[in-house]
Design a protein around this ligand. Structure first.
Ligand SMILES: C[S@@+](CC[C@H](N)C(=O)[O-])C[C@H]1O[C@@H](n2cnc3c(N)ncnc32)[C@H](O)[C@@H]1O
Length: 219
């Protein structure tokens, strides 16, 4: 069964997003034990995940009250940066094989929930997805800013760093820790190692560092 076949009209997922989800999720579909989505709107994406992952507990979190009396599905109310609530959700339903942030799309909030969940509550074979990071290029977004090409400076390549965009670019530094140390920096990250980031328009797939054969065969 494909994700497209499970898609729901009211779920806020673009066709291109569904295709990328399919490529990343298909190899692990049967083995996913628990999925957490931050930001659930009317809950339609949770129903899609429930139909796609045959044996996963599907868990959602939203700032608004959302109720969906369905088997295998649980929804919490609260903010994505409430780390005590995230710990409680993980204690009751985690750890999670997949975590999807489709929530406020505000850099500081996404950063708070990413590091809390990635460090503590994502399985070692897990995958963390951040949606709609392009809001950082938008003047209309609370922490976004219109893209302005940076001036050319030899050896320096300053780039856009507002909101979600700046947060994601910080994750590239975290992915480069080996080279950062080889380069002579004494920087020690307080976080779990990132092994791979697959960035596409509107989606970033972030894998913890691990030796894993199926990962080598995913796109
Ligand atoms: C883009 S919608 C989610 C769409 C849903 N994942 C889907 O695919 O159908 C974003 C959701 O995030 C929720 N939200 C916004 N800020 C939040 C926050 N700080 N904490 C938790 N939820 C938040 C909104 O209430 C909204 O339902």
């Amino acid at each position: 069964m494909s994700i497209r076949a499970c898609a729901r009209p009211a779920a806020l997922k673009a066709p291109a997003h569904l295709e990328r989800y399919e490529r990343h999720f298909a190899p692990i579909r049967e083995n996913v034990g628990a999925l957490l989505e931050l930001g659930v709107h009317q809950g339609e994406s949770l129903l899609m995940w429930r139909d796609y992952f045959p044996s996963a507990a599907i868990v959602g979190l939203d700032i608004n009250a959302v109720s969906l009396p369905e088997d295998r599905l649980r929804i919490y109310q609260g903010s994505q940066d409430d780390t005590e609530l995230l710990d409680r959700i993980a204690a009751e339903c985690g750890p999670f094989d997949i975590i999807i942030d489709d929530c406020a799309h505000i850099g500081a909030l996404a950063k708070a929930s990413f590091w809390h969940l990635f460090d503590r509550h994502l399985t070692s074979d897990g995958l963390y997805v951040i949606e709609d990071w392009g809001t950082g290029y938008m003047d209309c977004w609370p922490d976004g800013r219109r893209f302005a090409p940076p001036p050319e400076i030899p050896q320096e390549f300053p780039s856009h760093s507002a909101g979600m965009v700046g947060f994601l670019k910080q994750l590239i530094d975290e992915c480069a820790l080996t080279d950062i140390r080889s380069g002579g920096s004494g920087y020690k990250s307080p976080h779990r190692l990132i092994g791979r980031i697959d960035i596409a328009m509107g989606q970033a797939f972030i894998y913890p560092f691990r030796e894993c054969s199926w990962l080598l065969s995913t796109p």
